[in-house]
Design a protein around this ligand. Structure first.
Ligand SMILES: NC(=O)c1ccc[n+]([C@@H]2O[C@H](COP(=O)([O-])OP(=O)(O)OC[C@H]3O[C@@H](n4cnc5c(N)ncnc54)[C@H](O)[C@@H]3O)[C@@H](O)[C@H]2O)c1
Length: 330
């Protein structure tokens, strides 16, 4: 199949690109390359790369594609807060533009990689029918995007929303600003973990390779099963307190726990019910937080990942691009 990935040079995109190439698909990556193209170096010859901003994408870019996976975004709350006007423009209007173009040129499936962060705070486990409570520019944009694109679906245009858990594991565009990866880096570098808040909140997690499998399941699924549907991506067993994740990382790496807490007050806390994706698509994660911590630690030991790579913390990297005038202001 011909698959078009916006944001395909990012953390999830650079792993998903390889999984799709491995599965025999014809892949095009459309990206501003804010983190460069290096993450795709060894697959560059097997994929088509287009440098571009999704807000300026044209029909010609996406014509002839079977599936569009729209990963391009300011990809977390702090990066989304850096320039709210830009975040709203890319994450909401830009991605709606991609969906509209896709529908217009006859793309069959549009997959929207949204976030579990939309649920915000809930005392009870959340499923796809639960109330969402987006409060940040990032989650509000996600929610508005979901609301605009789902009604675009019809018998010729299949729209599926994937509300992804917080992802962990090694990628060619590594992110150390997400919990399991961050904790593993801290252990490797400092033999100590500092949690930003009190660590008592629950959050859902998924390994990057399992996350990619969720996309592949949707690509391969009969449209009747996934059209106009939202799926939580993960498994309820990996909805964990942040403090528990920390303890698991120490235990897995066989390091005596040494930790501290910060002042951050987290407004996200929820256990995510992921039974729908298991039931409808047979999605079953293979990897655990422990697997993620081990592989990230090993990649640091081997030098595949660098402790001080400035691109691995999205917010800091975007700040540096803004200072150098390398990111649009709106
Ligand atoms: N990583 C996670 O834990 C996680 C969890 C839930 C949801 N998500 C969502 O999944 C998507 C991908 O996340 P990621 O972790 O790979 O993020 P990432 O920041 O690593 O990748 C985003 C990619 O989009 C590109 N990009 C940014 N703005 C663009 C624009 N205007 N036009 C074209 N390309 C643009 C960047 O250059 C980058 O390569 C995002 O929407 C993110 O919010 C990620």
């Amino acid at each position: 199949m011909k698959i078009f990935l916006t944001g395909g040079a990012g953390y999830i995109g650079s792993v998903l690109t390889r999984e799709l190439v491995k599965a025999g698909h014809d892949v095009t990556v459309y990206d501003t390359f804010y983190f460069g193209k290096e993450a795709l170096n060894d697959v560059e010859e097997k994929v088509r790369l287009i440098r571009g901003d999704i807000r300026k994408m044209t029909e010609k870019d996406v014509e002839g594609q079977d599936v569009v996976i729209d990963l391009a975004a300011m990809s977390n709350d702090p990066a989304g807060a850096l320039n709210p006007a830009l975040t709203e423009s890319v994450n909401y209007r830009g991605r709606v533009h991609v969906a509209m173009l896709s529908k217009k040129v006859g793309v069959k499936k549009y997959i929207a990689p949204s976030s579990a962060g939309n649920y915000g705070w809930s005392e009870k486990p959340v499923n796809e029918t639960s109330q969402v409570s987006p409060i940040t520019t990032y989650t509000i944009s996600n929610h508005k995007w979901e609301q605009d694109i789902l009604p675009m679906s019809d018998k010729n245009f299949c729209v599926t929303v994937l509300r992804q858990s917080t992802v962990y594991g090694v990628s060619w565009r590594m992110r150390f600003d997400i919990i399991v990866n961050d904790f593993t880096l801290q252990v490797f570098r400092d033999k100590k973990i500092t949690i930003k808040g009190n660590g008592m909140e629950f959050r859902p997690f998924v390994h990057i390779k399992d996350d990619c499998q969720a996309f592949i399941k949707v690509i391969e699924a009969d449209e009747a099963l996934v059209n106009k549907e939202i799926f939580n991506v993960g498994t309820i067993g990996q909805s964990l307190r942040i403090k528990d994740v920390m303890e698991r990382v120490f235990k897995t790496l066989n390091i005596e726990p040494n930790y501290g807490f910060g002042e951050f007050i987290d407004k996200r806390n929820y256990i995510m019910d992921c039974s729908k994706i298991a039931r409808v698509l047979g999605f079953k994660p293979k990897y655990t937080v422990e697997d993620g911590a081990k592989e990230v630690y090993k990649a640091l030991e081997d030098g595949f990942l660098k402790v001080d790579d400035p691109k691995t913390v999205t917010l800091k990297w975007y700040k540096s691009l803004i200072e150098k005038g390398l990111m649009p202001s709106s």
